[in-house]
Design a protein around this ligand. Sequence first.
Ligand SMILES: NC(=O)c1ccc[n+]([C@@H]2O[C@H](COP(=O)([O-])OP(=O)(O)OC[C@H]3O[C@@H](n4cnc5c(N)ncnc54)[C@H](OP(=O)(O)O)[C@@H]3O)[C@@H](O)[C@H]2O)c1
Length: 322
Amino acid sequence: MKAIRVHKPGGPEVLILDEIPIPEPKAGEARVKIDAIGLNYVDIYQRTGLYPLPTPFTLGMEGAGVVDAVGDGVTEVKKGDRVAYSMVLGSYAEYAIVPAWKLAPLPANVDAHSAAALMLQGMTAHYLTHSTYALQPGQTALIHAAAGGVGLLLVQIAKNLDATVIGTVSTEAKAALAKEAGADHVILYTQTDFAAEVKKLTEGHGVHVVYDSVGQSTFAKSLDCLRPRGYLALFGQSGGPVAPFDPGILAAKGSLFLTRPSLNHYTLDRAELLQRAADLFAWTASGKLKLRIEKTFPMSEAAEAQRQMEARKTTGKVLLIP
Ligand SMILES: NC(=O)c1ccc[n+]([C@@H]2O[C@H](COP(=O)([O-])OP(=O)(O)OC[C@H]3O[C@@H](n4cnc5c(N)ncnc54)[C@H](OP(=O)(O)O)[C@@H]3O)[C@@H](O)[C@H]2O)c1
């Protein structure tokens, strides 16, 4: 089968289209024939070596398709089931091996492209707003990179929870998308001091929660945006990793809470995973959550897709098709 593999960490040019044997599922695993692959920022951290992995490896943490074979003891799915999954390495390929418990069966009204757009970024937006910091009606959230893959979903879910949403983005075109998704206020954080703007918008009080996936360039000011005992969910570093810091800063800035969550720890078992997936599928089917699948590339053009994501040229979801 064809697969996009990394033989050594580096720029997009290290993504190689290899021909490798179709893998066999072991006990507890299923083989999925992939119809759509979700592109995620984590793919870039893994390709560059920011998140080191033993080489060679097949990239990709999200996919949707059809179960094509199962290993011993698998009860969760059977051959022919339409499924989607995330947080298992190896989806940039024609077939992927996935622990069966991680596969979410797709309802008839959810197609493979939508599912591949929902599993990783959607479940992330779900756990951030429902579990990491459970947003309450009337509370205010600051969401960085609000027109990105996670960003557009976070904005919509926060609005569905009746929160006030302040989004940050780098361009006017992205600002329009964040507003369309429901953001009450949008700040161009590449041109404006977003902390000063947030203070103004909240009449000096600050926000209840900041969902920060940018990291290095936003971290310090994100803390400045919080009200006393506010909550910073630092869930990514598209702008670079945050440097070590003195926890005393959290006291000085208002007895703040800081967490660095990962989707793995919010889909700890099949019940938790299926509950989040069921909400996302239902919201998408009912129109409460709108997906923006902005670009679809053939898998062989994965390097170009990643180049565009790294250069901040993508909005919403990007898919690869094997
Ligand atoms: N912890 C978790 O469980 C989890 C799960 C999923 C995703 N994430 C994180 O969430 C973030 C968003 O992921 P995504 O896949 O949805 O990607 P994305 O938001 O579609 O793309 C990244 C965005 O980050 C912004 N950005 C700011 N500074 C940047 C820089 N120096 N270089 C590149 N981009 C920069 C850009 O938006 P602007 O142009 O508007 O600034 C860019 O479009 C990533 O940090 C990812 O690691 C975390």
